[in-house]
Write a protein that binds this ligand. Sequence first.
Ligand SMILES: [Zn+2]
Length: 286
Amino acid sequence: MAADTVIPFGFESLPVRGALIHMSQSWQRMLRDHDYDQLFTETLGHAAAATGLIAQSLKFEGAVTLQIQSPSALQMLVMQCTSDLEMRGMAVADTDKTAANFPELTNGAHCAVTVDNGERPYQGIVEIAEESLAASLEHYFSRSVQVPSHIVLLANEELAAGIVLQQVAGQPIDEDDWNRLKFLIETLAFGDFEGEAGLELIGKLFAEDDVRVYEPRAVNFRCRCSARKTEDVLRMLGEDEARETLAELGGIEIICEYCGHRRHFDAVDVERLFSENVVPAPDSVQ
Ligand SMILES: [Zn+2]
């Protein structure tokens, strides 16, 4: 299977831009420390592919965060992708609740897409009112952002993938052409990603069209947690709570919910954290 990439492309004779994302290694790493069921895996994978597709279109250095919160079985889902296509994400289940499909999983959900360029974050609210995340995002792009879009997302334990087509603003497209493209991308299936799922696949999908394909970009799993951020979490927990846990368990272990990285704090660490004139630990690269 091909390396994890996003491939942007455009149509020579239609005012449509697109991108294809394909993640296997980075996706499997994201799942590694979790025990999601099939529906959670699928939903998280759809979110990963969608967030990567949005992030690849950023024209500045920044990050996209897609966050879903619901009173249903999907308590929370967070997916973050930087403009360099470094991604992390996780989901939390409400184990008292069950769901058989996406609408049940996200009933009553709020979904926010935040684009952060380091200065002024912009947040859009995506209504999860459709049968899938792809349909909800299409609805958001078409109605709220005025960019008519077709989106197809696929995910299982091995693969998170997707494709987006967006109309170029101010350039009308023939309705039949737009519907034909929708039909073509809806044929996308897991089997399409078994070979060199890149240029070849784009060529196969749009065999009748003149498609200009741009340089593929690598997608990687990368968590931005660090020793310093973990210490901040411990500080927020408070000195009393930290000392109580220390007395009870002999140490404090904080596990990153994104990457599974374990950081251990002993009595000396806790002493240092809550003493005055704190010297922060060097930020780890992890
Ligand atoms: Zn982490």
